[in-house]
Design a protein around this ligand. Sequence first.
Ligand SMILES: O=c1ccn([C@@H]2O[C@H](COP(=O)(O)OP(=O)(O)O[C@H]3O[C@H](CO)[C@@H](O)[C@H](O)[C@H]3O)[C@@H](O)[C@H]2O)c(=O)[nH]1
Ligand SMILES: [Mn+2]
Length: 744
Amino acid sequence: MSKTEALPLYERKHLTKIIPRLIELTILFLCFSLLGYRLLHLKNHGFIWLVALLCESWFTFIWIVVVNIKWNPIAIKTYPERLLQRNLELPPLDMFVTTADPVLEPPIITVNTVISLLSVDYPANKLACYLSDDAASPLTYFCLVEASEFAKLWIPFCKKYNVPVRAPFRYFSDQSLFTGNGSSEFQEDWNIMKEEYTRLCQKIEEAAQKSVPCELTGDFAAFVDIDRRSHPTIIKVISENKEGLPDGLPPIVYISREKRPNHAHHFKAGAMNVLARVSGVMTNAPFMLNVDCDMFANNPQVVLHAMCLLLGVKDETDCGFVQFPQQFYDGLKDDPFGNQMVVMIKYLGRGLAGHQGPLYGGTGCFHRRKVIYGSSPEDKSGHGKMNTGEAFGKSTKFNKFVAQALSSSSRTAECPESISKSIDEACQVASCGYEYGTAWGKEIGWIYGSTTEDVLTGLNIHWRGWRTMWLRTNPNGFLGSAPSCGPNTLIQQKRWSTGLLEVLFAPKSPFFGTLFGKLEFRQCLNYLFFLLWGPRSIFEICYAALPACCIFTNTNFLPKVNEPAILIPISIFVVFNTYCVSEYIQTNQSIKSWWNNHRMARIIAMTAWLCGFLSAIFKILRLSVTVFEVTKKEQSSSTDESEEKLGRFTFDNSPVFVPGTTILMVNLTALGIGFLDFMQGNGGKIIEWGIGELVCSIWVVLCFWSFLKGLLGKGKYGIPSSTVCKSAALAFVFVQICRSSWGI
Ligand SMILES: O=c1ccn([C@@H]2O[C@H](COP(=O)(O)OP(=O)(O)O[C@H]3O[C@H](CO)[C@@H](O)[C@H](O)[C@H]3O)[C@@H](O)[C@H]2O)c(=O)[nH]1
Ligand SMILES: [Mn+2]
């Protein structure tokens, strides 16, 4: 063994710091003090104190969960250059991209993602790229074919000049990436590439304008009269790299799985399972990478970094999958929609890494094929219980490859014959009846039953005893587009809170994972942080209504100013917010962006999470079904609109805006009535509520400031009048209920 071979491919570093821990415990101690105070005085107060007690108990519980996550943070550093020095044959990797709607997900975005993957620093004969198109759109296929032509020029250019970002739209939009060696040759090549890329964009744009991108003959005949909800499988091999050139164009395959109206297609999870099977009969790589259509590879060495972990761990059990953080490009200044998740990703990510590992986030994740195929760490020899009977479906050829994937060590998997020869087999495994009577979606592959199939699938992996790894690289491994404006952000959050609650009530809920499986107890708690987003809305709403309720009924839910106990809530408020602000400062973000994230978190919790919670409850009661609503993606913010306009909250007539508007109206009314009572001396009665309630009510109004602007705004910046009416009615009923219980 040479010296370099002995060097580890990665290092783990503990990041535990004493001061944050002390602050976290202080907050916890203060929360318990508050609960103690409430319990002591419960009998002197009525219903309102009970509600306050319940909410605060809940918040304390959530805080315990947070402290648990953050307790032993770790970071991992990888050494791709050591991997390259080892001179071993790198293992094959199948790369999956999913798209579902050419309007919400413009093909130029998808195409950039595909191009960035095709041009990573990794031998092309070890890669294969599969695009799943749930819209069966000839436009997407057309764009993919065009992109493959462009990639033939782009890949050599990237490798020759070691281009730092390989998604062309990013590369050409950012002057600072224009590195090269300053030579005239580089300048010339750059100009050519720029021209080619502009041409590609034009072609795609023109094609998108027409109802069909080109004549549907020849290669495109399969798309004639296609109804996206009912059509046969379409699989097209766009390139093959038959010669196995290490610096050629990797194989590219377009897949649109069969859809029939009377077959559940399980949204993204269903698409992922088809990708797993089709790639299983075509290239059967032992590792798979999956990204959403908007998540391009931002670091050319991303695959090498991931391989450092997948190949570098002594025991495979420690690395069931490698998850990269989901980070975004073109974030607006001060994060007005609170959707960049920088702080959450940094602190919760490194915290989770110190436990059983990060949850699967649905994109930017490298999997082991055999883990996806349901194997457990102990099935080392591949005689896992899954490899029996008809668990994997009826295709004999596919079953043969499954057996190989399950039995071979992670480094090799026998590559099936030529890709285009497997099309018939591939069509069979992509048909909508294939999964009947199999374990797909139950024990194998992406698990069905939640609109956050990623969390459910990852849970199933942790359940079987795999640990997982979290990898942050500099530059970021992948970047995606964060939803902008009000409706998109809230719809996405609604889907998440629904899906996460579905996971909690799934047969594979984390409780059972700890009781009957190998999910660690503390990891189960970690899952709860996410899975309880929906129910959190109830407590947040109640708490936001409390100050108003106190003003309406002339009572108090906080200690009075002259009571020493007032120090408890004041300390919680000060210490907690200082702690949060310090996290923003440590991640080089502004205080304004803390505030934006704070208020957006309140808005999201009380609107989107509530709607998500209700829709999950309706589903559990079998009153309705949940659907995966695809998030709209925008390529970049470089439109004519100014930053300020782009950052302004927008509205539509979705019911998701009703609860927020109601809460705002209730608190505004409370402040108004409070002011009147104060001026008129409350008809001679003593005013029981005080500064505490007033400050809380004002704080709620400040958090919903964008809604206040929405009440006055017009067009998309205004709350639609139907929403205003509904909210006003609800607010009126609430005020009446409070007032009628006056003095009780
Ligand atoms: O029927 C469907 C619906 C969606 N998708 C794809 O799924 C991906 C994610 O959809 P998106 O609308 O972008 O959802 P996000 O909320 O941005 O996604 C986050 O949350 C999802 C779970 O809710 C995860 O699956 C994603 O990986 C994660 O990025 C996209 O590539 C879609 O094309 C499909 O392939 N088929
Ligand atoms: Mn997305």
